[in-house]
Design a protein around this ligand. Structure first.
Ligand SMILES: [Zn+2]
Length: 128
């Protein structure tokens, strides 16, 4: 367990925990995400880290795309994640990002499914 509290080591998902005590264990495969919310957070962190393989491996096979198109041109810089509401298998969130210095927000309600001991992302409804 890490005791570091420097901002640089905080998990990008905004939990306030250091990365090693938060999403890292799910992303490196040592633990399965225990809830849809935890999976959502770790997928956001994987977007920040441009970890396409984690994004795809946590995407349910019924809706999984060929690529996660993270290397968009121009590139997007993820700024923050705020979870607004969550139920057992849905998570509603606002993610903020910048493209070429201009700020955007993504407000989405994502659906997840628990299958074979693991949570998977299915799809999302854009809210506004
Ligand atoms: Zn995290």
């Amino acid at each position: 367990m890490s005791k570091r509290t420097e901002v640089d080591h905080l998990c990008p998902c905004g939990s306030g925990l250091v990365l090693d005590d938060c999403c890292a264990a799910y992303i490196n495969g040592s633990l399965p995400a225990p809830s849809a919310k935890a999976l959502m957070r770790s997928r956001y962190t994987a977007y920040v880290q441009r970890n396409e393989s984690y994004i795809l491996s946590t995407w349910h096979r019924s809706t999984r795309p060929e690529t996660a198109s993270m290397n968009t041109d121009p590139p997007s810089k993820w700024l923050s994640l705020k979870i607004i509401a969550c139920e057992n298998d849905t998570v509603e969130f606002i993610a903020r990002y910048k493209v070429q210095g201009k700020a955007y927000r993504l407000h989405e309600k994502s659906r997840f499914v628990y299958e074979d001991g693991q949570w998977y992302y299915i799809d999302g409804e854009i809210k506004s």
